[in-house]
Design a binder for this molecule. Structure first.
Ligand SMILES: Cc1cc2nc3c(=O)[nH]c(=O)nc-3n(C[C@H](O)[C@H](O)[C@H](O)COP(=O)(O)OP(=O)(O)OC[C@H]3O[C@@H](n4cnc5c(N)ncnc54)[C@H](O)[C@@H]3O)c2cc1C
Length: 386
């Protein structure tokens, strides 16, 4: 009997656990540890933000994994010993017999709005459930004025999300009849939208945003925000006022991963780009907690589609090794991403991010069918893994 210990019950953790459970005989144990009670389907936060979803529709209790033969432990991972493949959870060391034969770290990225003075106090966080719910309430009573959507650092998970957020807000305000009385500005720390996906995708997304009369200001790194005067200061000397400020916070690798000695100079976990193994044998890291450098100089974007694909590869390879059945798999950097543009339409970017010298990604123009495909994906994903 062997044990796989999976840290994190987000996209990577849940997919790794479910895939392993299908492939491994019952005597092998699969344990998932997460501090939260519920898994949240993050892409739907953007719909929740404009009142098109309720939180209970996009969350699932992680305890449901127990019904599939996966042991869920709710608790804080306080320390990780990658040599021994053991972890300390919520102050209690898991019993020695629970120490793992394989360890999968899928702890995601911590969100740190507090890294920018005043940001948390002045704005609402697009990337959390509380933040998206609060944005929904603010928009429903908004009578017009100036909305700023802000990326507080140039690299963040789901590089499409702030652009989608701005376009969905435009759509929602039209529905509410206050768009004509509202200015929407998008200030981005990065030089262009979705830069890693290449110039065609980047220009395509910029065009989608600007066609909705959303003013786009790239290369604006926020340095501080004053909640009282509702004023944002940028590193280039520009100041901007707002009535409502919706932001994507800076990200950081979780402290527990840092303390385990798993981080590289990039500030994230470095892994083999095809197997996701770390420098410790039998210890894997997947999803947002990793940084996989690409030839073009930027890392693979942090996105659920990659966490998902990497989880399947790691799970299949562990199962193949333990059962001496099945082939070894390699993560190939292929992924796709819907880009919601409002009005029941979405575009889609699809391609190979491992292609060299630059990722080969194509973009399709907004259409009803990509929006419907995203809804179908949401329903199927939650149904399949829970
Ligand atoms: C608004 C929004 C929209 C998005 N849209 C898309 C999209 O359309 N397509 C796409 O591909 N991606 C999208 N993403 C990105 C996607 O959600 C993430 O890339 C994905 O969830 C990463 O998976 P992960 O397993 O690496 O981390 P996560 O899913 O973040 O999971 C990490 C888990 O670890 C837990 N955890 C962390 N530290 C500890 C600890 N010390 N102890 C215990 N538990 C801990 C957390 O509670 C969490 O459950 C979106 C994200 C947001 C916020």
């Amino acid at each position: 009997m062997s044990t796989v210990l999976i840290l994190g019950g987000g996209v990577g953790g849940v997919v790794a656990a479910g895939t392993l459970r299908k492939l491994l005989p019952k005597e092998h144990r699969i344990i998932v540890v997460d501090r939260e009670q519920n898994h949240l389907f993050a892409p739907s936060l953007l719909w929740l933000m404009i009142g098109d979803r309720k939180s209970q529709k996009i969350a699932r209790p992680l305890a449901r994994l127990n019904r599939k033969g996966i042991e869920f432990v709710q608790g804080e991972t306080e320390s990780i010993d990658p040599e021994k493949k053991s972890v300390r959870v919520s102050g209690r060391e898991l019993a020695r017999e629970l120490a793992a034969d394989a360890l999968i770290v899928s702890l995601g990225a911590d969100l740190v709005p507090q890294a920018i003075p005043g940001l948390k106090e002045a704005g609402q966080n697009i990337y959390t459930l509380d933040g998206a719910e609060s944005i929904s309430r603010s928009l429903s009573s908004f009578a017009g004025g100036k909305i700023v959507v802000l990326t507080a650092a140039p690299a963040y998970k789901c590089p499409a999300a702030p652009y989608e957020a701005a376009m969905l807000i435009d759509y929602h305000l039209k529905r509410l009849g206050v768009r004509a009385k509202t200015r929407i500005d998008l200030y981005a720390a990065e030089p262009a939208p979705m830069g890693t996906a290449g110039p065609e995708v980047s220009a395509g997304v910029r065009q989608m945003v600007e066609s909705k009369s959303i003013q786009y200001f790239p290369n604006h790194q926020v340095t501080e925000v004053d909640a009282v005067s509702r004023r944002i200061k940028f590193a280039n000397g520009v100041n901007a006022d707002f009535d409502l400020l919706f932001y994507v916070p800076p990200h950081r690798a979780p402290e527990v991963v840092k303390n385990a000695g798993l981080l590289s100079e990039s500030g994230w976990v470095s892994v083999d780009r095809h197997t996701l193994e770390t420098k410790f044998k039998g210890v894997y890291a997947i999803g947002d907690v990793t940084a996989i450098p690409l030839k073009m100089g930027k890392p693979l974007p942090k996105a659920g589609v990659f966490a998902h694909g990497q989880a399947e590869v790691v799970a299949r390879n562990i199962a193949a090794e333990w059962t001496a059945r099945g082939e070894k798999h390699r993560f190939d950097g292929v992924g796709q991403c819907f880009i919601e543009t409002g009005g029941h339409r979405a575009g889609i970017g699809k391609g190979n991010f491992y292609a060299e010298p630059t990722p080969q990604v194509a973009i399709k123009q907004p259409a009803i069918r990509w929006h419907l495909a995203k809804i179908l994906f949401e329903k199927q994903w939650l149904w399949k893994w829970f």
